[in-house]
Design a protein around this ligand. Structure first.
Ligand code: NAP
Length: 323
């Protein structure tokens, strides 16, 4: 890691800031909040912004980025923007149109990173979550290597600087890495990662292949989201995290973010609250000791907030594998 610029080099030569701003919010949250929060995040120093077609806020997030370019706060090249290919567009011929749709919503010429949102392919069409009469998800069947080749073409066409994946297990990553004629390796695998699911094996695997692990739900996820299994304990109330935070005169949230950065993980933090957005930038102002890191490692207990249970039964459901 380059501590001064707080960014890491990806395996394709581009850089990504180690702290990213998450923009997903449950459907009932007005989209205007994503606009205001993203503008404020850029004002206080965030340079990495994470969104997706699924979040239905790319119009507002793009507007926020463009307004901060227009007022001179940043240049386009200072911002690292990630978008994601949703599950209903994994058929190779649907990939480029999906990215073009995101760019149109964003009103940007390119994204910095385009990733496959999940390996679980769903029926193509207008519905994000296509279901049959009994309420079951309608799956689709796609060769992920072909989806990947379509992403490679998007990079060659200049629509995205880098390409990667999300919610892939190590076997699915291996499938891409071993693909005959592979042109570009995934630069990252964005997965749920926090002290209760620290992904140490997947992290080791990714590091050994020069793939950056990007942590989502690093603060314990949004428990009100329809995608989240809210029967799980609240991460930021954990007594060990709270004690370490107290010792450093920091908050449990900052400890959870700092933990990831010190183990070489790029970390996303979502907040639509100005005080907390600002607070999260303080992750660079303190350091955890090796003993703190070990104690946090000890909290791992295989708790997955975004378990995507509806996807169970799909041949590519990623979370049945150990890692
Ligand atoms: P998260 O980053 O784990 O945050 C959870 C909650 O913590 C937020 O709702 C936020 O509420 C609160 N929070 C933020 N800063 C705090 C602080 N300093 N102190 C106390 N509470 C704080 O949430 P997430 O949205 O689940 O994950 C982060 C991002 O990862 C998403 O926004 C999205 O961009 C991405 N993501 C990707 C996937 C994928 O499949 N690839 C899945 C899920 C998420 P307030 O807004 O009220 O502050």
């Amino acid at each position: 890691m380059d501590p001064k610029s707080q960014r890491v080099k990806l395996n394709d030569g581009h850089f990504t800031p180690v702290l990213g701003f998450g923009t997903y919010a449950p459907e009932e949250v007005p989209k205007s909040e994503a606009l205001e929060a993203t503008k404020f995040a850029i004002e206080v120093g965030f340079r990495h912004v994470d969104s997706a077609h699924l979040y239905q806020n790319e119009e507002q997030v793009g507007q926020a980025i463009r307004s901060k370019i227009a007022d001179g706060t940043v240049r386009r090249e200072d911002i690292f923007y990630t978008s994601k290919l949703w599950c209903n567009s994994l058929q190779p011929e649907l990939v480029r149109p999906a990215l073009e749709k995101s760019l149109q919503n964003l009103q940007l010429d390119y994204v910095d990173l385009y990733i496959i949102h999940s390996p679980v392919s769903l029926k193509p069409g207008n519905k994000f979550v296509p279901k049959d009469e009994s309420g079951k998800l309608i799956f689709d069947s796609v060769d992920l290597c072909q989806t990947w080749e379509a992403l490679e073409k998007c990079k060659d066409a200049g629509l995205t600087k880098s390409i990667g994946v999300s919610n892939f297990n190590h076997k699915q990553l291996e499938k891409i890495l071993n693909k005959p004629g592979l042109k570009y390796k995934p630069v990252c695998n964005q997965v749920e990662c926090h002290p209760y699911l620290n992904q140490s094996k997947l992290l080791e695997f990714c590091k050994s292949h020069d793939i950056v692990l990007v942590a989502y739900a690093a603060l314990g996820a949004q428990l009100l989201s329809e995608w989240v299994n809210s029967n799980n304990p609240v991460l930021l109330e954990d007594t060990v995290l709270c004690a370490i935070a107290k010792k450093h005169k920091q908050t449990p949230a900052l400890v959870a973010l700092r933990y990831q950065i010190q183990r070489g993980v790029v970390v996303l933090a979502k907040s639509f609250n100005k005080k907390r957005i600002k607070e999260n930038m303080q992750v660079f102002d303190f350091e955890l000791t090796p003993e703190d890191m070990k104690a946090i490692d000890g909290l791992n207990r295989n708790i997955r907030y975004y378990d995507f249970q509806q996807g169970i039964g799909h041949p590519e459901y990623p979370f049945s594998e150990e890692y």
